[in-house]
Design a protein around this ligand. Sequence first.
Ligand SMILES: [Zn+2]
Length: 457
Amino acid sequence: MGGFGIGSNKPTGQTQQENAEQNAKRRSWIGRQMEWMGVIAPLTDPEGRMIAKETHENLQIQAHKSEVLNEKDHQKHIHEYGIKVVKPDFNVPRKFPNSCRTTWLGHATYLIELPPQVSSNCTRGVTLLFDPIFSSRCSPSQYVGPKRFVPPPCSISDLPPIDMVFISHNHYDHLDVNSILQLQKLSEHHKRPTHYFVPLGHLNWLKETGISEKCITEMDWWDEVDIKVFVQNTIDTDIMVVCTPSQHCSGRGVSDQNTCLWSGWLVSQGIESKRLTDKDRAAELKPVDTPFSVFFAGDTGYRYFPPNMTPIQISELPCCPVFSQIPELYRPPHISLIPISTGSTLSFLKKFGIEASAPHHLTSSVHCDAADAVALHLDLKSKCSLPMHYGTFTSGPKEGLDSIRLLKEACQSAGVRVNESEMSLYKEQVKDHADDADQGKSRFEIFAMGEIGEVMM
Ligand SMILES: [Zn+2]
């Protein structure tokens, strides 16, 4: 049996004024984001009735109505459109004993297997799962709404034991009731508890879905907790979790818009769990217990820009300050998971020809495009970033390929290296001009969906 010990560690030294400023900033974000609610189409059930707020009852029913593309369709997609999905085998041991294993499971779902501790003989690291969605639609109904273009690379029952699940917010493409229910079964199967980390306002939803309250930690922006995760029976690993702000919004129905918080997550292992002082910053990281940190940006915008501006004009506009604060307050993340595209709703609208009236600037306050993603990577001083939030709930085969092409172009113009795995089918789209001198630079790594990547620092 595994387990957890959690100690809350509210940030220290925060004055009342700083708190008030933070709250005011948050209120102004909410106000601005409310303006964009008009671009999100209300969802209806098959009879055309508007869906207000889900009930636990109908959620249970939907759990049996999931459907995914069959194998024949899947092969057709690979053949015709070059969309590649790899079935991961998590039983295959690491090639490198101290690597961090990363698996993009579609959309914003990432499995991270942290490096095993150096001070033990553990072969398995702590497992983190971010924004799990394995359903075929991200919608209140499995009959209508944005649908997966490609199937999930595996099912939840194929996953290794999951120690920690992180939810960024409650939009349907990030908080999926079917997946939460199946994760509970996985936890029971492995006889290991899974602990959920959610931003404020999500505790009751998870409890109503059947998760025990002792397995849920609800956090406000900049809250920190220290956790001991017991891996392989006797060894425990020290983990620090920070709930970080993001620039987004929330809501699952027409009546609950922005009533729950949205966030990113910083998860560190073997790194002292406190905000850095100047002395800490100057000191070298102590080589204990494989220090490693992962930042998950969740769903976020970087900067709002109005229409008809040039890229240079846009780059001079103010941006969300959080991403440059994170490496200052803590340390630059080893790995960052960064959204590179608008995701599901805009794609869904594009299917109906609404593309012309819904260009990126309309959602720039709440979603990153490729250039934003690269700016965010640089602000974070991230050593390695991986793209997410693309190529899954898309309007067609071209959209995922375009997302990667734009990311590579944005990386090129910002001098950020791109590494692509052999399995990635995006390889030939943009010629990589990086030479040996770029090898040491911070980078984006692109893996195929479902491919287990091993990231070394
Ligand atoms: Zn969202």
